[in-house]
Design a binder for this molecule. Structure first.
Ligand code: NAD
Length: 491
């Protein structure tokens, strides 16, 4: 299905205390990467906007903390049903603003709904625990809300990345401040409206549009106790440093440069589709996209399959657009530089044509670079586009040495039919997530999501079971009761 781009300009307001309202800062236009047309506008949040929203959230959270989890979960259950009801409409909207093709927009929201289902299941899980530690004495873990928590999200997943945390944080009793990307604020309106319709009390979910000024005001606000961030490594580190200097809990996920180790015994069809879809999906604009192919030994028949699959992508239908014109220029120049440095171009996305009627959009086709040198820009820097760099390696040890030398640590995959060789790669990978014959090794709930090295600053994971400690406080309770006599105490 083709993406339906809004024909009118949408006013992307803040959502505070259950009401949509304009922020007071500078005006920003929102342009669709598909056709370059203005589809939205918004005002950035000032410090005063942020402080008022956080203050109100702190008041609302006090009551929410006393609502039993089973009751909070009912709201989440309604929220799920509303998102499923409106799935198609939201998928069109988020694809229009982020450049995704329709199927990707839909899949991203479905992944968010999986997290929501995990949050709904928390009510039936033993996420605390109690043990009798001595005669008549018990120790108990009690999970309590942190208070007001915040999350700052990137452009590339306008629904999925925020949904990694919204349902879990709210179910655990927190109030939630969301600062979406200033490039993709449209989806936030639908998520806010869905939570209101689901019955979430006002003030518990506040959306603050804007950029740097809004982020800094959120971090600095005294009511905000925990800060999640997902975005580029440079900003992740800045947010982590600012928050932790204030003594706050911060988990900041950054960029990535993901490797795929391709071994000669891999199934060619599985590898061809898995690897091509990994680097072309979301037009390469995802933190789990394959970026470097470590081709071990003779794997040319597999590479032929990757080229075939990547060549079949239709811009505007099976592969989407790039977020900005500046980013398209950067990708083109990165390909130019790789070529000058000696890479052989097996598939050249610079030659791809824009879909008819979308000539003003931001387009580049899938690009495969061969004989890329380890340590070069194409092998070491996050490009964030549909480009894969093939680095030829003589054996697994050489391949893993290259993988280990890159600063990031999100994902690494191996394509092979050998369990023993797969195990070797799993053990040697420097990343937080590893795949075997899977091009995009995103774990599914209840498993957690999170990288290592420069892909993550802070401890724990952002979603799944290892996120629970981040979005809650653990109170340790030790109890001793005087032994009661055998009389019926009610008599
Ligand atoms: P970005 O870092 O430019 O922006 C992310 C957020 O930070 C946005 O909300 C933005 O408004 C805010 N921001 C921008 N500049 C800021 C500043 N100077 N101070 C404070 N806040 C600021 O990232 P992006 O371009 O929106 O997203 C793409 C990046 O996100 C890629 O690097 C990608 O790998 C990464 N990403 C990582 C993950 C992960 O799970 N590790 C997931 C998705 C995206």
């Amino acid at each position: 299905m083709k993406v339906k781009i809004p024909s009118h300009v949408i006013n992307c307001q803040n959502f505070v205390n259950g009401q949509f309202q304009n922020a007071k800062g500078e005006k920003i236009d929102i342009v669709s990467p598909y056709n370059g047309k203005k589809i939205g506008e918004m005002h950035s949040s000032t410090k005063a906007d942020v402080d008022a929203a956080c203050e109100a959230a702190a008041i609302a959270q006090k009551e929410w903390a006393d609502v039993p989890m089973k009751e909070r979960t009912k709201v989440m259950f309604n929220f799920r049903n509303i998102l499923l009801r409106d799935l198609e409409e939201i998928a069109h909207l988020k694809s229009s603003e982020s450049g995704k093709c329709f199927a990707e927009g839909q899949a991203g929201l479905m992944k968010g709904i999986e997290v929501l289902e995990f949050a709904i299941s928390l009510q039936n899980m033993d996420i605390g625990g109690r043990v009798e530690v001595s005669r008549g004495v018990s120790c108990e873990y009690r999970r309590e809300p942190v208070g007001v928590v915040a999350n700052i999200t990137p452009f590339n997943f306008p629904a999925m990345v925020p949904m990694w945390t919204i349902p879990i944080a709210l179910t655990l009793g927190n109030a939630y401040i969301w600062k979406p990307s200033e490039k993709t604020p449209l989806t936030s309106l639908r998520i806010a409206a869905a939570l209101k319709e689901a019955g979430l009390p006002d003030g518990l979910f506040q959306v603050l549009q804007g950029g740097r000024e809004a982020v800094e005001a959120v971090i600095d606000n005294k009511n905000v106790k925990a800060i999640g961030f997902v975005g580029s490594t440079k900003i992740a580190k800045t947010v982590y440093d600012r928050g932790t200097q204030l003594g706050k809990r911060v988990l900041a996920l950054g960029g990535a440069k993901n490797h795929i180790v391709l071994l000669p015994d891999a199934t060619p069809d599985l590898a061809g589709v898995g690897i091509a879809d990994s680097f072309t999906g979301c037009a390469g604009q995802r933190c789990m996209a394959a970026s470097v192919l470590l081709a071990v030994g003779e794997v040319d028949q597999h590479i032929k399959k990757i080229i075939e699959r990547a060549s079949s992508m239709v811009l505007g239908e099976s592969m989407g657009a790039i977020i900005t014109k500046t980013q398209v220029e950067f990708l083109r120049s990165a390909i130019d530089r790789a070529e000058k440095a000696g890479a052989k171009i097996l598939l050249d996305g610079r030659k791809a044509k824009a879909p008819a009627g979308m000539e003003e959009g931001n387009w580049i086709g899938p690009t495969i670079l061969d004989n890329v040198q380890p340590g070069s820009e194409a092998a070491g820097i996050e490009l964030f586009g549909p480009i894969i760099s093939i680095v030829r390696c003589k054996d697994i040890s050489e391949a893993m040495k290259i993988e280990n030398s890159v600063e990031y640590g999100n994902a690494c995959s191996v394509f092979t039919q050998s369990g023993a060789l797969a195990e070797k790669v799993i053990r040697m990978a420097s990343t937080g997530m590893v795949g075997v014959n899977v091009g995009v090794p995103v774990p599914r709930e209840p498993f957690s999501f999170g990288g290592t090295n420069a892909s993550k600053f802070g401890h724990g994971d952002i979603t799944g079971e290892h996120s629970l400690d981040f979005w809650s406080n653990i109170k340790k309770v030790t109890v001793k009761w005087e032994k009661q006599n055998d009389n019926n105490w009610m008599s």
